[in-house]
Design a protein around this ligand. Structure first.
Ligand code: GZL
Length: 324
């Protein structure tokens, strides 16, 4: 009987700080209960400063809590994520954390996780599945809301009149789909704000520069505003505009999303006008959620990160307090 109480106590502290001393096994308790929590984390890749900050937050928190984190960088390929999840299942991890590169194509591998009784926690991007029991919860921002915030800010800044060029995120990714959806929904209230051209630049700075160069080539005189689904693409666009002798932040108004340090530096330099923060620092929430799930607690299907918009006027005073 005593060993059962010991096991119950140990499993409750399983995700918290593991003492540096090798844990003394209470007499007679099965070794499994005291072993380190093992989590499989399938990450999209390292395509942006935001992504790097998210990875750092989750890996740092695992370290802090003595959790064994099996980390896999998919380099932007869903097939690599599916292989990683299959491997985590074979290794019988205690839980899987997945940042899904795209919304669809997850049923088969997540069904395997469900059959193996391994909870799946989605971070930062959602998925489309017919059976919502294939994942326990999604910890993310509301991308539709971010798109609306960006459009409303741009409408105010341009008095409701702008020819807009849009740099979309990765095709098929929830943030790209929903940031576009939210932006366009808000634009319905402003008939003189139009998206002249819209193209994916895959959330990267290099592609953001490339696509902006093409926009400049075809529509130089037409470009009044740029809406980028993340700061990295906006920074690439700023580079392209400057190389073309144009004036980003002045002749061309730019708004993007993420709130990474580079965006604050660009706002201070007067080249980016605003950014909508999308907080990547999810580490503590991820492992608190894993602990609740393992303790049998009910968790909400969507755990929303709070976002806010930052402009040039406050960039200099807040940059020192930015954590990513
Ligand atoms: C948002 C995240 C997006 C960021 C990009 O949660 O999925 O992916 O906005 C990142 O910077 O590449």
């Amino acid at each position: 009987m005593r060993w059962m109480i010991a096991v119950a106590l140990l499993s409750l502290v399983g995700c918290k700080q593991q003492s540096s001393e090798p844990q003394q096994q209470p007499a007679g308790s099965p070794p499994a209960a005291a072993r380190k929590l093992t989590i499989g984390f399938s990450q999209v890749g390292a395509e942006s400063a935001w992504r790097t900050a998210e990875t750092k937050s989750i890996r740092g928190e695992a370290e802090k809590r003595g959790v064994e984190l099996k980390f896999s960088d998919a380099q932007g390929k869903q097939a690599n994520q599916i292989n990683a999840i299959s491997s985590f299942i074979a290794q019988k991890v205690d839980a899987i954390v997945l940042a899904p590169v795209v919304e669809t194509g997850w049923e088969p591998v997540l069904t395997q996780a469900k059959e193996a009784n391994i909870p799946v926690i989605l971070v930062d991007r959602g998925i489309k599945v017919s059976d919502e029991s294939l994942y326990t919860t999604l910890i993310a921002s509301d991308f539709v809301e971010e798109g609306k915030m960006a459009a409303e800010w741009l409408a105010k800044k341009t008095n409701g009149k702008a020819r807009i060029f849009e740099l979309q995120g990765t095709t098929g990714a929830a943030p790209a789909i929903d940031r576009k959806k939210g932006f366009e929904a808000a634009l319905k209230n402003y008939p003189e704000m139009t998206i002249v051209k819209s193209q994916s630049a895959d959330f990267t700075r290099a592609k953001g520069k490339e696509v902006m160069e093409a926009f400049i080539k075809s529509d130089r005189e037409n470009i009044q505003a740029v809406y980028a689904h993340n700061d990295d693409m906006a920074l690439g666009a700023i580079q392209a505009l400057e190389e073309a002798g144009m004036n980003p932040g002045k002749d061309v108004t730019l708004i993007s999303i993420d709130g990474v340090k580079g965006a604050f530096e660009a706002m201070i330099a007067g080249k980016l006008n605003a950014t909508v923060e999308c907080n990547p620092l999810m580490g503590a929430t991820v492992f608190d959620t894993v602990a609740k799930v393992r303790a049998g607690e009910k968790v909400p299907k969507f755990i929303q990160s709070k976002d806010q918009l930052f402009e040039q006027s406050t960039a200099a005073q807040v940059i020192s307090s930015r954590e990513y």
